[in-house]
Write a protein that binds this ligand. Structure first.
Ligand SMILES: [Zn+2]
Ligand SMILES: [Zn+2]
Length: 149
């Protein structure tokens, strides 16, 4: 497995959340999240919710976002080497994440996962690539431009 940005075998296994393992590049510090890891984690969370265990309330949503240097290159999947597509996160986060359309793994540059988590959007990464999400992000950007400063 190669880092999509550095093109070196520099990915190490890390835990992003309890039950969610990913691979982090030890050069650029981005994260590679294989889709099966993500879905397993989401499924388990869904089962917990059905057992009436409420999700912890986060009081610090949106606070102290970390600096992001978004990659602007076309990148190839860490797992299957196919070209990935970019989608804009929106909801107050002005960067793009990359996803492989074949194996559905997701690449996040340094601090992107952390900021998505801070905005409490980390349970919705799979929706970010849907046309409904993208439509609302475009609408959000348009509304911002239309508002006089
Ligand atoms: Zn890297
Ligand atoms: Zn792939």
């Amino acid at each position: 497995m190669k880092c999509p940005i550095c093109h070196t075998h520099s990915l190490n296994k890390v835990n992003l959340e309890t039950g969610l393992s990913a691979h982090q590049c030890n050069q650029c510090f981005g994260h590679w999240v294989p889709s099966e890891n993500y879905w397993e984690w989401l499924d388990r969370r869904q089962q917990q919710k059905q057992r009436h265990q409420p999700a912890p309330i986060r009081l610090n949503v949106g606070q102290s976002l970390l600096p992001v240097v978004d990659n602007s290159t076309a990148n190839f999947c860490a797992d299957c080497d196919r070209l990935m597509t970019k989608t804009r996160v929106g909801r107050g986060l002005n960067f793009y994440i990359d996803r492989c359309g074949y194996c559905h793994g997701v690449w996040l540059d340094q601090n992107e996962w952390e900021n998505i988590q801070k905005m409490d959007l980390h349970y919705q990464i799979h929706y970010m690539f849907s046309s409904a999400w993208q439509h609302s992000v475009r609408h959000e950007a348009y509304a911002k431009r239309a508002t006089p400063a």
